[in-house]
Structure formats: structure tokens, C-alpha cells
Design a protein around this ligand. Structure first.
Ligand code: ATP
Ligand code: MG
Length: 298
């Protein structure tokens, strides 16, 4: 059933939820999230948001039920492999990788166990929520193993005697450490991504998706960029500009009362570290300001 409004599925609660909401807000999509609704309507654009468990998002896209979705690549790949196995639709289009939800899927085992490579896992039982990604990896390594499917508390499986090793998501490694485990092998690196269903879209929807993508680009780029302003002696200007990250095209302006110094303004693609600021100072730079950028459009 096609609707005029663009349908976007995002996680209702969890690690991706807040940042999805923040991204849409920064893109100018006005949404009131209060209440326990499954579908919420944007007030200022023809967009409906579906707030669901992240497990459901890949399937909603692959079945063509929603137009766009934000999902972790780990979940997306797991569902894709499962659907291929079952002979169900598994197509989607990747629109862009986002700048949040970073984590890795790793095999971990008892910290006192020796580990020299995947062959050490031969015939072991590995507990995981990602049996398909794990199997794809182990098949590639040519190592046979058995699984123990767990949807939660995977990290306690070895201690509970349910498995020899685990394959689970890691971001800092603190959970592994707390459970006496060590990371042995990273098998998949993941970030949140924006995906689109296959098939045709109305002209209006195509245009709206284009607009959203341009805005997302602007939001993400702005987050990674800084506006830098400083005063520098004309005679060290070249060296000063060389120190500034990503300064292809700085603006140089005269100062009202000081003929031997100029103002330098530029958008930098990186942050300016204290060390660089100290070097700039040594070259005679002063009034160094590093400002966040809220939005940009090229
Ligand atoms: P839901 O109730 O929606 O099914 P969930 O418990 O399956 O939620 P979350 O724990 O909220 O999922 O994680 C969602 C996604 O966040 C993960 O699939 C992964 O892509 C990403 N993520 C980022 N860092 C981590 C981490 N340290 N541990 C787990 N997931 C992480
Ligand atoms: Mg889930």
C-alpha cells in the first residue's frame, strides 16, 4: 500500500533512537515524540515515522512496506543473510552511512585461553545473536563450529557453561572485560546507515528524499567541521595557513588599525588541536577562535 507521505522506520528505543531523532530534527523535520505511538507524523513535511524494534527495520525495507530506514549494518547484514537462506526478498539500497552507532562484531573467549587464530575455534560452541554473519565468517576461514543462539546476555554464556566462546557487539570492550573475556577476532565493523526500499517512487517522494539527503550531508559535514578565525602577522601568514587543517581557501582580511597583521577565516574539515594552536601562537598568531558550525550547504 503506497501512501503519499514518505515512511521512515527508525528504532523506537535503544542505542540508535536518540541520534536518529536528533538527525531528523537537525534536518528540519518537526516531530512530537511524546506518547507511545507506532506512527508519528511530521508537522511540517509529508513524512511519517514508524517507531519500531531495530530487528524489524531491515524486513520492513526489504518487503517494501516503508520507504526509508535507519539501521545498524550488523542487524541489516544478519537479516539479509537470513532472508537469502529462507528465499525471502533481501534487496535494499544503501543511501548513506551515518556518523553514529559505531561498533564491531567480535569473537571473544576466556581471557586465559590461548588464541592464535580462527583455527583455534574449530569445533567450539559459540554463543551469538548473529548466527548468519558468524557462519559466513567461519565458512570463509574454513573452520567448523557449532552455535548457541542467544538474544541477550550473550557475554555470560561461557561462564554459565553454555558455550566456549561468544560472538557479540563490542564498542569499548568494558563488558567483555567485566565478564572475564578477551576480544580475539573482529569479524564485522558496523555503523548506522540510511537505507531505501527497492522499486519506484513518485516524483514528489524522490524529490523529498533528495532534499533529506542534501540536508543530512549538510548536518553531518557541519558536525565534522569548524570555523576558525585568527589574527596573524603578514610575514608568517604562509606558515600559519600551512598549519591549519583542510585550509584550501582561507579568507584573508585586513585589520582596521594594524597594517602588519591580517585576519584569517576558514572552514576546516577537522578540529584544531591544542598543539596546533600553540604552534600558531609561536608564529605570532593571536585571537584564535574555533567555532562549531550548525549547518552548511555547498
Ligand atoms: P531493540 O529493542 O530495538 O531490538 P536492541 O536491544 O536490539 O534494541 P540496541 O542495544 O539498542 O539494540 O542496539 C542497536 C544497535 O546499536 C546495534 O544493533 C548496533 O548497530 C548499535 N550499537 C552501537 N554500539 C553498540 C554496543 N556497544 N552494543 C550494542 N550495539 C551497539
Ligand atoms: Mg534488536
Amino acid at each position: 500500500m503506497q501512501t503519499q507521505r514518505l515512511r521512515i522506520a527508525i528504532q523506537k528505543k535503544g542505542r540508535l533512537a536518540k541520534e536518529c531523532q536528533e538527525l531528523l530534527k537537525r534536518c528540519g523535520v518537526k516531530i512530537n515524540y511524546t506518547g507511545e505511538r507506532l506512527v508519528v507524523h511530521a508537522e511540517n513535511m509529508p513524512i511519517d515515522l514508524l517507531l519500531v524494534r531495530d530487528d524489524d527495520i531491515p524486513g520492513l525495507i526489504m518487503d517494501g512496506v516503508v520507504d526509508l530506514g535507519v539501521i545498524g549494518e550488523n542487524e541489516l547484514e544478519e537479516v539479509r543473510l537470513e532472508r537469502i537462506k529462507l528465499g525471502e526478498p533481501s534487496q535494499y539500497q544503501l543511501l548513506r552511512r551515518l556518523d553514529f552507532g559505531g561498533c564491531r562484531l567480535s569473537i571473544a573467549l576466556d581471557k586465559d585461553q590461548s588464541y592464535n587464530g580462527p583455527q583455534d575455534l574449530a569445533n567450539q560452541r559459540i554463543a551469538t545473536t548473529y548466527p548468519n554473519i558468524l557462519k559466513a565468517y567461519m565458512d570463509k576461514q574454513g573452520v567448523s563450529f557449532s552455535t548457541c543462539m542467544l538474544n541477550g546476555s550473550v557475554e555470560v554464556a561461557p561462564r554459565a557453561g553454555l558455550a566456549d566462546a561468544i560472538c557479540d557487539l563490542v564498542s569499548t570492550g568494558a563488558t567483555l572485560e567485566a565478564n572475564g573475556l578477551k576480544e580475539a577476532e573482529v569479524i564485522f565493523r558496523s555503523k548506522a546507515v540510511l537505507i531505501q526500499r527497492e522499486g519506484s517512487f513518485s516524483e514528489e517522494k524522490t524529490a523529498l528524499i533528495e532534499r533529506l539527503l542534501t540536508r543530512m550531508q549538510g548536518v553531518i559535514q557541519a558536525k565534522e567541521s569548524k570555523y576558525i578565525m585568527l589574527h596573524a602577522p603578514s610575514e608568517t601568514l604562509e606558515q600559519v595557513v600551512e598549519l591549519l587543517p583542510g585550509a584550501e581557501d582561507p579568507t584573508i582580511l585586513p585589520l582596521a588599525h594594524e597594517k602588519s597583521r591580517v585576519a584569517v577565516h576558514l572552514v576546516s574539515t577537522e578540529n584544531l588541536f591544542w598543539e596546533t594552536m600553540e604552534k600558531l601562537k609561536q608564529l605570532g598568531a593571536s585571537s584564535i577562535l574555533v567555532l562549531p558550525i550548525e549547518k552548511m550547504m555547498e
